[in-house]
Design a protein around this ligand. Structure first.
Ligand code: ATP
Ligand code: MG
Length: 304
């Protein structure tokens, strides 16, 4: 049996008639960096709020560390760190003092404050009042605060929001290091596939509250693998000839379009066509980017 760190079953949240989250079953393994991907309004934050027990599901269940969130909420949440949409701070206190307040509640060692400040590169600004922090600095402080209790599970809702490109890279590298360095499992949401592609090993794609895809990022990448197009003298006959072998999925589209094939199969088809008297003008590989696949799934444009 697999050890799921997070497992939801038919999790749903309805606001009036609107299905913000529509019966989703998430499965997140220990050590995963799980990218929770979806356009604005897809239901990411609502799902995350339910995972953290901040709002009550309309139906369905949440199990974290194998335990029912409804029954063992406090015990579970003690081992979960989170950052959910614009965290609030005491503006008149410094970054350090804000972390100190959180540290007392968690009851962890004081040395953790310096560690998490260093991890998010806020050491230099730790003693400035938070009201003078930029959006990116507030976001970093939120991540620092989420890491403070050395949680086994970290849930980060769009953690790179408001960060500049250098900040995005730093936070991404930090998140990537978390399973190996701190033994953490991470759920990180984003509306950018490019972002998730660079850090996650598993992806869940949500749109209009429904989970459209959940698997390894490599599975998604395979879908992006290229197809092969042969531009030939008599496409119609050539398609028939290749289809007649029954071995390959082929269709006519600006020539002969074949799903992704290993080189030797391509060579075999080419040889067969040449032998049958066809002229082959070009062999092209057509690749789709991961972004194209994502946009196809969620509906073009809405992810911007
Ligand atoms: N408290 C609420 N009352 C009514 N509708 C809500 C409430 N919270 C969220 N919704 C609706 O639920 C849907 C999902 O919202 P949610 O905030 O979970 O999306 P999201 O994926 O986090 O989007 P974003 O990328 O913009 O943060 C939206 O249609 C939103 O309007
Ligand atoms: Mg959100």
């Amino acid at each position: 049996m697999k050890e799921w760190i997070i497992e939801t079953s038919g999790l749903a949240k309805q606001y009036g008639r609107r299905k913000a989250v529509d019966h989703i079953s998430l499965q997140i393994r220990k050590g995963d960096i799980y990218g929770f991907l979806g356009p604005n309004g897809a239901g990411k934050t609502t799902t995350i709020r339910m995972l953290l027990g901040l709002i009550r599901p309309t139906s369905g269940s949440v199990r974290i560390f194998g335990k029912d969130l409804r029954k063992e909420r406090m015990g579970i949440l003690a081992k979960v760190g989170s950052l959910v949409e614009s965290p609030s701070y005491y503006g008149h206190l410094t970054g350090y003092e804000n972390l100190e307040a959180a540290r007392r509640i968690l009851g962890v060692d004081k040395s953790r404050i310096d560690e998490v400040l260093a991890a998010v590169r806020l050491t230099k600004d730790a003693h400035r009042p938070v009201k003078g922090y930029s959006l990116g600095m507030r976001q970093r402080l939120g991540i620092a605060s989420a890491m403070l209790g050395q949680p086994e599970l970290l849930i980060l809702d769009e953690p790179t929001n408001g960060l500049d490109p250098a900040g995005i890279i730093e936070i991404r590298e930090l998140i990537k290091s978390m399973p190996a360095e701190y033994g953490m499992t991470v759920l990180v949401s984003s509306h950018l596939l490019s972002e998730i592609d660079l850090m996650a090993n598993r992806v869940g794609i949500i749109r209009d509250g429904a989970l459209l895809f959940q698997d390894g990022i490599d599975v998604l990448r395979k879908q992006a693998a290229g197809s092969i197009r042969l531009v030939v003298s008599e496409p119609e006959q050539a398609v028939k000839a290749v289809a007649a072998t029954g071995n390959f999925a082929v269709r006519q589209d600006g020539g002969l379009l074949l799903e992704q094939l290993p080189d030797d199969k391509v060579a075999q088809i080419v040889a067969q066509l040449v032998y049958a008297g066809h002229s082959i003008y070009r062999i092209e590989e057509i690749k789709r980017s991961l972004e194209d696949i994502f946009l196809d799934m969620v509906g073009g444009g809405t992810s911007l």
